[in-house]
Design a protein around this ligand. Structure first.
Ligand code: GLN
Length: 222
């Protein structure tokens, strides 16, 4: 079982730990540098990205996480976590920084200014199919991905090499990019840890397993 950390400075840490366990990983909270260095993958949860930015620096975790991102560790950022993985952000305070790594521009608080949470339809075939390939999962049935948005960002622009995994359908904001993958980095504007749909975590745990397998193979070959 791969060990996947959940950055535990703020936000819905417990829900992610539970979703990772259900997806076949060992989920551990991460608050210290040594913990950043010990995990096979990391989840940056939703919360408030400006607060998390400050805490990351106060706890001296930004540098160690950026080092591991540069070395290819899989990281999944949800909502505020998506903002923290973005290379560029708009509608953010001038002094707000991100960890970066994912070649995209993200707009903060793009959805749901008026309401705390809401749901929209999505076109997300790869994520919807994730249950089929995850070990011991329910199996994919192509049912629509269930997702909750809470004052969520969206992706305004992506660089080359960024794969769009989900766009919104229907409603006033149709066609907005709300999930992307760039190599080992995965980001969703929504909260898959809420609402009981395990497929995004299954998708991410598979990314972590694939990466761990590739690293082991490299060691054998050299
Ligand atoms: N609006 C928040 C931010 O900018 C994100 C909200 C969330 O993570 N649910 O950080």
């Amino acid at each position: 079982r791969p060990t996947v950390g959940v950055l535990a400075l703020q936000g819905d840490v417990r829900e992610h730990l539970a979703a990772l366990e259900s997806a076949g990983a060992r989920g551990v909270p991460v608050r210290r540098t040594a913990e950043v260095e010990a995990v096979d993958g990391l989840v940056v949860p939703g919360g408030e990205s400006t607060t998390m930015d400050k805490l990351l620096r106060a706890f001296e975790l930004a540098g160690p996480i950026q080092d591991r991102i540069a070395a290819g560790m899989p990281v999944f950022g949800s909502c505020a976590g998506m903002i923290l993985l973005a290379d560029r952000i708009v509608d953010a305070p001038a002094d707000q920084r991100t960890l970066g790594g994912l070649d995209m521009t993200v707009r903060r608080n793009a959805f749901g200014r008026q309401v705390d949470s809401f749901e929209v339809g999505m076109h997300a075939p790869e994520l919807e199919a994730a249950g089929a390939v995850a070990d011991g999962a329910d199996g994919a049935d192509g049912r629509p991905l269930h997702a909750v948005f809470i004052r969520a960002p969206w992706v305004e622009e992506t660089g080359p090499g960024v794969q769009v995994l989900a766009t919104t359908t229907g409603g006033e904001h149709t066609g907005k990019i709300v999930a992307v993958r760039h190599g080992p980095l995965l980001a969703t504007a929504f909260h898959p840890e809420l609402g009981g749909d395990g497929r995004v975590h299954q998708f991410f745990v598979r990314m972590v397993r694939d990466r761990a397998g590739a690293v082991t193979q490299q060691r054998r070959d050299s």
